[in-house]
Every structure is written in C-alpha cells, then in structure tokens.
Ligand binder design. Structure first.
Ligand SMILES: [Zn+2]
Length: 117
C-alpha cells in the first residue's frame, strides 16, 4: 500500500533524526566531555550539573519518541500497523498522517488510563 510506504519512510527519517539528536546531546553533555572546561570560574560545577540534568531530560523524551517510532515500524513490519492497540479498530487515517507513531485511535487516546501510551 502506498500510504503505508509513505508512513514508513516518514518514520525512518524521523528515527534517523532522533538518533542524531541523541548523539549530539551526548556530545554536548559536559559530563561526557573529556576536556576540562577552559574556564574554572566559580559556579561552573553547578552549570555542568544543570546542563547535564537538562540534557538527560531532553534525552529521555527523545528516547521515548524513538521507542514509539520503533514500535510503529515493528507494527508496520508485522502488518498490525494502523490498528488501535486498545479496541482493535482502525486508527483514523488523518490521525496517522499527523502522528505516524499513534498506536491508539482518537477515542481510546482520550481515555485517561491509555493517554500515556
Ligand atoms: Zn481504540
């Protein structure tokens, strides 16, 4: 199916971008940097800690996105893509176009007990 091919390439592109972003974040994380900071002004330690905390938080979000992408790609491979994982009904095409990683239909995604998925 053409529509699925398009979604697959969208997902693959997104996966690549997210993986690159994670890599860049790792490089930017001062905790990972081998070279000592050039300026050893007071307050640098807290800057390192703050930046590290922020980097970790962003990375967690990116990893979650990456997991969703991988999950969607796995569903595509097994032919289960586009079905709501809760009620089994077809997920609205417009929803998949806007959010290719959606694994729940609009109705189920509005249920608070599923909203986190
Ligand atoms: Zn559903």
């Amino acid at each position: 199916m053409k529509a699925l091919d398009k979604i697959k390439s969208t997902l693959l592109n997104k996966q690549k971008k997210v993986e690159e972003e994670i890599k860049l974040l790792d490089e930017d994380d001062p905790v990972n940097s081998e070279a000592p900071a050039e300026s050893s002004e007071p307050g640098t330690d807290s800057w390192v800690a703050d930046t590290h905390t922020r980097t970790v938080a962003i990375k967690e979000t990116l990893k979650e996105t990456l997991n969703k992408i991988k999950h969607a790609l796995a569903s595509l491979a097994s032919g289960k893509y586009g079905k709501c994982e809760n009620c089994g009904k077809k997920i609205e095409e417009a929803r998949l176009a806007a959010m290719p990683t959606a694994s729940l239909c609009i109705k189920c995604s509005k249920h608070p007990q599923f909203a986190k998925r």
